[in-house]
Design a protein around this ligand. Structure first.
Ligand code: ATP
Length: 199
């Protein structure tokens, strides 16, 4: 079974592309969703967060005090790096246990906004990036999240540039107004099936 890492900058259309793969029957793991859920499910991670940020990081009912954690890491790269160093391995563990259920499928997709930044692409067989021009991505994000153009731009600035990611990616999908997404996904699906056959 092949592991395909899927990424792209904000508003590129990662989630949209993932949905097309899912329609084709390909199992998709969302690292962003998993990163949120491990923070309330993964015992070693919870212990590590309490040790690093204090018991106030969790409420008495076990739910995460998101405001408290956000306050700790907001505008503090060193604290954010500490949180990431705890959450990333837990998310990798969640993927490893999820993937066991799919031993018999030709390939699975791991969708991760920070596939390259976190180094998790190295644990995948191939990486796939969804691209779209900056203006289109900003337009989509401001409309979807009801945020200002400045906020969308500052979120994008926190990510590795699309250009750098393209250099690292094995495959790409263009999600702008010039090409349709579904035929590109279908073509890649055939390629991934063929690659899975030769593995
Ligand atoms: P993020 O990293 O910010 O979560 P993403 O890469 O997962 O973004 P999506 O959520 O898939 O991106 O897409 C961003 C927005 O743009 C969504 O509202 C989606 O419906 C819309 N969108 C994606 N692709 C297209 C397209 N080809 N045409 C029109 N709208 C699109």
């Amino acid at each position: 079974m092949l592991k395909i890492g899927l990424t792209g900058n904000i508003g590129s259309g990662k989630t949209t592309v993932s949905k097309v793969f899912e329609i084709l029957g390909v199992p998709v793991f969302s690292a962003d969703t998993a990163a949120k859920s491990v923070m309330t499910n993964d015992a070693p991670l919870i212990a590590g967060i309490k040790e690093t940020f204090g018991n106030e990081a969790y409420f008495e009912d076990g739910s995460l005090n998101r405001k408290y954690i956000a306050g700790k890491v907001f505008n503090d790269p060193a604290e954010l790096a500490k949180l990431n160093a705890l959450v990333h391995p837990a998310t990798f563990r969640a993927f490893d246990s999820w993937v066991k259920a799919y031993a018999d499928v030709p390939y699975v997709i791991k969708e991760a906004a920070i596939l390259f930044e976190s180094g998790s692409y190295k644990l995948c067989d191939y990486s796939l990036i969804v691209t779209a021009p900056f203006e289109i991505r900003m337009q989509r994000v401001t409309e979807r999240d009801h945020i200002t153009m400045d906020e969308a731009k500052s979120r994008d600035a926190r990510q590795m540039s699309e250009e750098e990611k393209l250099k690292l990616a094995d495959f790409s999908i263009k999600n702008d107004d010039s090409e349709l997404v579904i035929p590109q996904v279908l073509a890649l699906h055939q390629q991934f099936l063929a690659l899975a056959n030769t593995k």
